[in-house]
Ligand binder design. Structure first.
Ligand SMILES: N[C@@H](CCC(=O)N[C@@H](CS)C(=O)NCC(=O)O)C(=O)O
Length: 298
């Protein structure tokens, strides 16, 4: 069965780009690729060039062209991709679940615009990634920072990138996400304690997003936070890792550049956030249940 002509504008290591690549692979769609060198990693900063701003005026990836139609933002892109008839017709929006509910979970597990940072699992990821982001930004030439200052359409991002270039805000930022992260992780552990394979009965948009969330934890040296302390989640994560789309849509996009960057970064990565998260998990587990009510982990 033929499907529309699809061109993906994305970046290898971008969290939201990973989600869309996995969705495209799960749907069995072939696609043209347009790699964008993001301004936080590359001196070229192609996402804030005029050509790309014509595709996405916000200057972020991913964006997708489906025939002549441009869609921006991972959540909306995956939702729209799912509406296209696919070869095996596997739907990322299971029939037996209310679509609004799936969309809510999908929004909460990606970087959703307008959502306060560190308030959802999706927006906690950039907060945890901030030391790595800062590490990349500090290596940019001064001219790239000037370009960001003059051209980045998103004021919030511009300010944080500039602060990272000149100062060390990422020393504190990750700690802002710890409490909410532990809440979310323990909520998921409870959900998966019934032994389910996927978030819903079949592989869905939410599983894609969680795959990318957990993968990012590896990059940041935080994978231990979903391992022996949360055995059901660990099993689920192992299950996600064994999907072909994980290898093809995420792992295969780590080029030498990303691998070198991560290994250099992890040599000096201060793991005090990891320690704080583990301590927070332990604290919750040993607090008597009635203090939190039944919704909390027991
Ligand atoms: N809500 C958007 C967020 C997109 C986003 O923040 N993309 C990041 C990469 S994961 C980006 O383009 N960063 C570059 C920049 O902000 O300059 C989505 O879900 O796709």
């Amino acid at each position: 069965m033929s499907h529309p002509n699809i061109t993906l504008y994305h970046a290898n290591w971008s969290f939201c780009s990973q989600m869309v690549r996995v969705a495209l692979l799960e749907k069995g769609f072939s696609f043209n690729e347009h790699h964008i060198k993001l301004c936080d990693q590359y001196p070229e900063g192609e996402n804030i060039d005029k050509e790309y701003l014509e595709i996405n005026p916000l200057g972020t990836v991913p964006a997708i062209k489906i025939d002549k139609n441009i869609i921006c933002g991972s959540e909306e892109i995956i939702y729209q991709l799912d509406k296209i008839d696919s070869i095996d017709n596997h739907s990322l929006y299971p029939d037996n679940v209310d679509e609004t509910e799936i969309r809510k979970w999908a929004a909460d597990t990606t970087i959703t615009d307008g959502v306060k940072f560190a308030s959802t699992l999706g927006t906690i990821m950039p907060v945890f990634s901030s030391p790595l982001l800062q590490y990349m930004i500090k290596q940019l030439p001064f001219s790239s920072i000037v370009k960001i200052l003059l051209r980045h359409p998103r004021k919030d991002r511009k300010m944080i990138f500039i602060a990272m270039y000149f100062g060390n805000p990422s020393k504190r930022i990750p700690f802002m996400g710890v409490k909410n992260y532990v809440d979310e992780i323990l909520k998921l552990e409870k959900l998966f304690s019934d032994g389910r394979t996927f978030f819903y009965n079949t592989f869905s948009h939410v599983d894609i997003n969680l795959m990318c969330v957990f993968n990012r934890l590896i990059d940041l040296g935080l994978e231990e936070t979903v391992s022996y302390k949360t055995p059901f989640l660990y099993k689920y994560w192992e299950n996600l890792k064994s999907r072909k789309s994980y290898e093809d849509g995420i792992l295969n996009y780590y080029t030498e550049k990303e691998k070198d960057l991560l290994s250099e970064f992890n040599k000096n990565n201060n793991l005090s956030v990891l320690k704080t998260i583990i301590e927070e998990i332990d604290k919750r587990k040993f607090i008597p249940m009635k203090r939190f009510g039944s919704a909390k982990y027991d």
